[in-house]
Design a protein around this ligand. Sequence first.
Ligand code: DNO
Length: 355
Amino acid sequence: MKMTFRWYGEGNDTVSLTQIKQIPGVEGLVWSLHDEAAGAEWPMDKILAVKKAADEYGFNLDVVESVNIHEDIKLGLPSRETYIENYIKTLAKLQTVGVKVVCYNFMPVFDWTRTDLFHPLPDGSTALYYERKKVMGIDPKAFLEDVVKQDKAGLTMPGWEPERLSRIKELFDAYKDVTEEMLWSNLQYFLERIIPAAEQYGIKMAIHPDDPAWPIFGLPRLIINKTNVERFLKLVDRPANGLTLCTGSLGTSAANDIPDIIRTYGDRIHFTHIRNLKRFDNGDFTESSHKTSDGSIDIAEVVRAYHDIGFTGYCRPDHGRHIWGEECRPGYGLYDRALGIMYIWGLWDAYNNSK
Ligand code: DNO
């Protein structure tokens, strides 16, 4: 298993490369060009600037998260052709700096959804939180504006770019008649074009599950359970069409047995996000520390499943709590993610030694 750490780029992250360098066992940065709009062809000079920064610290750039998919691709509009071509041109450039895995998602309109960015936990820290009733019967625009306001550091959150937020109403109208089956077929169209190109460039595509794992605001969601993961992998049944297995996304649903999904589709998991959360009976959940006993997901079993299958893909600790007074992007501070890495390594080494 290869350990990585998400970094938002120079001037766009409260965590520095010097700090990341001191977390044990981190080999690579999980990166993106966050100021490029979905559908744009990424400029080579910006890619090379990230490469230069990473090289100075000896980090690889093997994993990109994300190259975002333009909504017209998800909607199946004729203009998708241009955006697919741009995507392929971007993959061609990424290959030149050694990229091996591209993480992306196929969620309509928004990326991940939480209602509270700094929800207090009993230990005095704060964490991302989902309160079910706050997303029911509310206008999505008002909801999003409320959440974005909570981002005190003013750093744009991934998936919540101003460009996307300003078009919310228009986007909801566009999705009005898009059924789940239409979304599947638009995803298949995208994959049939992208996967051969990715293979040519030696890149593996790794879809991120929908977060949370159920439809919100009436929008269909696809990558939410084992049945749908199976269907997804068969759309284009080739190794380059794979998964970013995010424990915290699939784990929002108690019905998902994550270690089982890992053992079943391990060879198609190219990248994993490991984090814990605590589900409540009323449908709410809070993010928590990585430790198994702090949440509802058995992280020790998750790591054991990866260990058992001899996982050689990329891993990153996902969201952490905000602890020790750290001010940072919601979920993306230094301290708790670093603790998460040490928990994962501790489990991994223990399983190594018990062989
Ligand atoms: C949340 C992240 C997601 C992820 C995208 C991938 O913190 O895991 O925003 O990056 O869904 O496209």
